[in-house]
Design a protein around this ligand. Structure first.
Ligand code: ATP
Ligand code: MG
Length: 426
């Protein structure tokens, strides 16, 4: 045996043991999106690098240090998508989806960021993403946030708290940017190298700093809410009223600025304190300038994305156990001729019970060895096919989880017995 090849750091295998938790999150999101009239879109994992540098912004962490960028064999620069919004907007523009139409879309899949791997922060991670394009809001802002709240409710999650802010229009933000620059320039000696860098390029990002030494400085900084334009204020107030009307709690946090350049007006983040250093479970905002920035007409839009790994880890942290589907029945055969008919019997049963998990023994060996495997599979019943059973046109049913005598049933009775069991189970 040679050396085993190791995976790339920060890229995880999602093993079968966690499949039930993943499916719970993915199915709940899909059901909610469909119920709200959002349509699925699938976009490539690779895009031209300029799509991201032009949309996410040259001064953001993602573009400055987190992108997986390569030269294609033909020399063009391509990047593994770090997020989905830019690709969805590109796809919509290329295919005329926004031409005199609004779109409510969702998408899911792996994203790639060259970050320092740690708990709940990986280099390949999965996002579930919703985008509503063409709606000026605030109804759609409220709808999107409500959908995320619905998701926590359906999953039983209690810890996520909603942080909300309005960034106003780019013009209002430009004035605020200058005010921030003046403020931080006066205390320039207290800034760390990262904040100094941000002071020049994008002073709003200093508010995002996680350096505890800067907390007081940031608390005393000018507040964005004092610089908001009237329309943005009206938009934000209406959003808050709609959230109130459906009893969604929120905290207005004027220091929430989000790391991407393309946001305007509404930004929000669902945070938790149960994932260690990582707090963001789901984040999003309005990006009214992005479609035109990527070559389309002025088109208002808003979206959010959640990190699937973080939500799955949160289920565990909140001790919400997700049960996996165990086989209802495990079929074994005694003897060569019965074994040759095992697949046929299994298929007959599967046809009668399309919602049950029916497992067939594919290893053979003694009846004892097969029954041991049946037990280990977690199945409720072992179904035994031997010569006696074949002669009677029946199957022996051995209960593996309770103390009831073994019986022989024909296919019809077997199927209705299993169906009865299925309906009884939670
Ligand atoms: P953070 O502040 O934790 O870096 P972010 O602001 O970069 O998050 P977004 O770009 O808004 O995150 O992505 C949306 C969601 O994707 C986040 O709320 C988070 O749940 C998830 N996410 C982002 N980066 C990672 C990562 N490296 N590993 C796992 N999940 C991630
Ligand atoms: Mg990040």
């Amino acid at each position: 045996m040679g050396d085993q090849i190791q995976p790339i750091r920060g890229m995880n295998d999602v093993l079968p043991d966690s499949r039930a938790a993943w499916a719970t999150v993915e199915n709940a999101a899909k059901d909610i999106f469909e119920a709200y009239g959002y349509k699925r879109i699938r976009i490539p994992a690779l895009e031209r690098t300029e799509l991201f540098s032009r949309s996410i912004g040259e001064t953001t962490d993602i573009v400055q240090k987190e992108m997986y960028t390569f030269e294609d064999r033909n020399g063009s620069s391509i990047t593994l998508r770090p997020e989905a919004t830019a690709g969805i907007v590109r796809a919509g523009l290329n295919n005329g989806l926004f031409h005199n139409k609004q779109q409510k879309l969702w998408c899911s899949g792996p994203m790639f960021r060259y970050e320092k791997p740690q708990k709940a922060r990986y280099r390949q991670f999965n996002q579930i993403d919703v985008e509503a394009i063409g709606f000026p809001g605030p109804e759609v802002d409220a709808e999107l946030i409500t959908m995320s709240a619905q998701l926590w409710g359906r999953l039983g999650l209690e810890s996520p708290r909603l942080m909300l802010n309005s960034l106003g229009t780019p013009e209002a933000r430009a004035v605020y940017r200058e005010a921030l620059k003046d403020y931080f320039s006066e205390v320039i000696d207290s800034l760390d190298p990262e904040s100094l860098n941000r002071l020049e390029r994008n002073p709003l990002r200093i508010l995002d700093s996680k350096n505890p030494d800067l907390v007081d400085l940031i608390l005393n900084a000018p507040e964005l809410s004092d610089y908001l334009d009237d329309d943005s204020k009206f938009h934000f107030d209406n959003l808050l009223k709609m959230l109130d009307s459906v009893n969604i709690d929120y905290e207005v946090n004027s220091r929430l600025v989000r790391g991407l350049d393309y946001y305007s007006r509404t930004v929000f983040e669902w945070v938790t304190d149960k994932l260690g250093a990582q707090s963001a479970v789901c984040s999003g905002g309005r990006y009214d300038g992005l479609v035109s920035q990527l070559g389309g007409r002025e088109t208002p839009a808003i979206g959010w994305a959640l990190g699937v790994e973080r939500v799955v880890e949160l289920l565990d942290a909140e001790q919400l156990t997700v049960t996996e589907q165990l086989p209802e029945a495990y079929l074994v055969a005694e003897g060569e001729y019965p074994r040759s008919l095992l697949l046929r019997v299994s298929e007959e049963l599967r046809e009668k019970l399309p919602n049950a998990c029916i497992s067939m023994d594919c290893m053979g060996g003694s009846l004892k060895a097969q029954l041991r495997r049946a037990d280990r599979s977690g199945a409720r019943f072992a179904l035994i096919l031997g010569m006696d059973e074949l002669n009677e046109g029946k199957v022996s049913v051995k209960a593996l989880r309770e103390d009831t005598p073994q019986v022989m049933l024909n296919m019809y009775d077997l199927a209705s017995m299993l169906l009865g069991q299925l309906e009884k189970s939670p």
